[in-house]
Design a protein around this ligand. Sequence first.
Ligand SMILES: Cc1ncc(COP(=O)(O)O)c(C=O)c1O
Length: 282
Amino acid sequence: MNSSEGFIWINGEFVASKEAKVHVLTHSLHYGSAVFEGERSYNGKVFKMQEHHERLLKSAEILDLTPKYTVREFNDAVLATLAKNNLTNAYIRPLIWRGSENLEVFSRNSSVNAMIAVWNRPFHFDKEKGISLCWADWARPDPRTAPTAAKASGLYMIGVICKNKARDKGFDDAVLKDYRGYMAESTGSNIFFVIQDEVHTPAPHAFLNGITRQTIIEIAKQKGYKVYVRNMAPEELENVDEVFITGTAAEVVPVGRIENQTFKLGEITKDLREAYLKLVNQ
Ligand SMILES: Cc1ncc(COP(=O)(O)O)c(C=O)c1O
């Protein structure tokens, strides 16, 4: 996004993007007290908008943030922001954050704010060739240690470190294990494995249960594939035929390699990817 262009919705008003500023004492900047969403509109229709805003409010509740807006108001505000910016195919980023009124850990004396930005986001993964992943140095934390079910800004510090390191090593992205050593997800997407024509994906115990992930599970079941949601050990990769990642931004992207192990860009990934693209573009 070019941050000097367009309009951002902030607390019910449109503000020119270049004027959309926060104070350096913003609580969320110091203490990570913010939650957000990543949505996508296809031909003017936001895919699973209701689900995204329900998750946004759930994430807010987990972080003890009480937003001024309902799911329905976020729905309306997103559509208005798309219209204001004249965009029909866009990436949409709502954020709820604590303001700068009072910088102490106790946060209820600080305001709860909301913003929505939209942009025509270029998507970086090459969706045809298959991306490369390395193992991340960091693990997804125990849900008793961090609010892993929330799409919380603070949790993304783990992904940021891992993604930068992966890029430094020449990989597209990193795959994280969880604190128990089971395979979890990549830095911004969930992960699936095809083993002997069956679809397997890690149980969302310590990571975000992605809306795309849930959609792919549904599509795969409807298509008659057997789907297993379970704990998956890294050693199981030996038996894996295909790997793909899923997420709102990524959609469905085949993985060609994890470290030195290569995977075919297979038919089941292609089948599920085509079905997903058909669904979002309906
Ligand atoms: C860490 C992480 N996991 C998984 C996902 C996939 O979630 P969704 O399919 O809801 O976009 C995302 C993207 O939002 C993410 O950032």
